[in-house]
Design a protein around this ligand. Structure first.
Ligand SMILES: [Zn+2]
Length: 433
């Protein structure tokens, strides 16, 4: 029995609003071995999975991969599903008196594949959510590449818990919550995991930011694609204000999933989502869109030119991603990742005004090199300081006003956000006291 799925996972025994059985599984943390015999390690994904689930009528069992038929006998139904190369924690049971919406997606890559949504009630809101599927696929296919499981299906199933990236049968339990961004951010996040998590899977849980940072960064990018810059930067600001920066995102050693999630065990916890996403924003601003998306594509597919049929699920690691970025940019970018992924504290840009000169200097944890260029606005012009040795200066006429990083390209320590977080923390304490 799951205590608080999907975070404390297991089997979720619930009921639909009209009192019928509603059963799901969510075992990312606890492991697939909770309900089927498996090798509970990211590299243990089985090549072929056959699922046979027997339920009393009128319950429906929705599984991974392709529907292989239903047998009915004595008021019982046995559902057969078959999936290929399914990620270990992506295998799930989903049982309820489901209703179904389905359609066909026509991809820019020339193929078509089925879209399905299994839901428990509320036909009207289900239709609205289903109408979001092709728009999200348009974005992810154009930004990253082909939907990885087009040979099976793009599937979503309503669950009695919040969500989980179950391969080809994504768990959705967001209860149709609305955001000011005009789309369902939980659905978009889980769908992004089909690329980041299920197509490219972390070789070790220590590399888990590959799943969560990319899947999180897809929300501001999608928000921008449908709502413009305001939506992009508003999403980023919400993410930025939540960073913790107490433990590095990557340890460089093999870790268990719970070691990553729990700060008490030295894990980065939620920073694999938010700080990872902010790191990716900074990377994109630094190396440019072309190099960024080429690098992401190589990580996801192992090729820059993915088309349906020329790739299969693969494993990725932090080390590999850094090598990819080095290769694509033709530069040694280790200094960038050494600070953002392997150090806890954020880089700190120290800015001092000395008469008519503005001095900038990076101060980074680990004391390594950090030649991250910085834009400075001086009155109505913007100059880019290369910061080659971590330092830079620019002349500042008397009475000139200036903004450091006017286009918000860089993740760095921010005194305003630190003060805000202290304030929120003190409010919490005074309430608790
Ligand atoms: Zn996620």
């Amino acid at each position: 029995m799951a205590k608080k799925a999907p975070w404390d996972g297991g089997i979720v025994w619930s009921t639909t609003p009209d009192g019928q059985p509603w059963i799901g599984t969510a075992v990312e943390g606890e492991g697939c071995d909770l309900f089927w015999p498996c090798i509970d390690h990211p590299t243990g994904r089985p090549h072929l999975v056959d699922e046979h689930v027997t339920v009393p009528k009128p319950l429906v069992a929705v599984g991974n991969g392709v529907a292989m038929g239903v047998d009915e006998k004595d008021g019982m139904r046995t559902y057969h599903w078959r999936g290929h190369d399914v990620s270990t924690y992506g295998i799930s049971l989903n049982i309820a008196p489901y209703r179904e919406l389905s359609g066909t997606y026509t991809s820019r890559f020339g193929n078509t594949y089925p879209m399905h949504y299994w839901y428990v009630d509320d036909d009207a809101r289900a239709k609205v959510l289903f109408a979001e599927f092709p728009k999200m696929l348009d974005f992810l296919e154009s930004a990253i590449g082909p939907y990885p499981f087009a040979a099976e299906k793009m599937g979503v199933v309503e669950t009695p818990y919040k969500g989980m990236e179950h391969q080809t049968v994504n768990a959705y339990g967001n209860q149709y919550a609305k955001t000011p961004y005009g789309y369902d951010d939980l659905l978009q996040h889980e769908l992004a995991h089909e690329w980041f998590g299920n197509q490219v899977t972390n070789a070790n849980w220590d590399d888990m930011w590959i799943h969560e940072a990319f899947a999180t960064y897809m929300q501001p990018l999608y928000a921008e694609s449908i709502g413009g810059k305001q939506a992009y930067f508003a999403s980023l600001m919400r993410i930025r204000a939540g960073l913790v920066n107490e433990h590095p995102i990557v340890s460089g050693k093999p870790r268990r999933e719970e070691d990553v999630y729990e700060p008490e065990r030295g894990g980065p916890g939620q920073d694999i989502y938010g700080k990872g996403a902010m790191m990716l924003h900074t990377l994109r601003m630094t190396i440019g869109d072309d190099a960024f998306y080429r690098s992401a594509r190589l990580l996801v597919y192992g090729t820059e030119h993915p088309v349906p049929g020329n790739f299969a699920p693969r494993y990725g690691s932090t080390r590999e991603f850094i090598d990819i970025v080095d290769k694509v940019t033709g530069k040694d970018m280790r200094w960038f990742f050494n600070v953002y992924l392997y150090q806890a504290a954020l880089p700190d840009l120290q800015v001092t005004r000395d008469g008519q000169v503005l001095h900038l200097a990076w101060s980074v944890p680990g004391k390594g090199p950090f030649p991250l260029p910085v834009d400075v606005r001086i009155d109505d012009r913007v100059v880019t300081l290369p910061m080659t040795d971590g330092k830079g200066e620019v002349s500042l006429p008397a009475n000139a006003t200036y903004t450091v990083d006017p286009d918000s390209k860089l993740l760095k320590r921010d005194a305003g956000i630190d003060a805000y977080k202290d304030y929120v923390e003190s409010k919490k304490k005074s309430k608790a006291g």
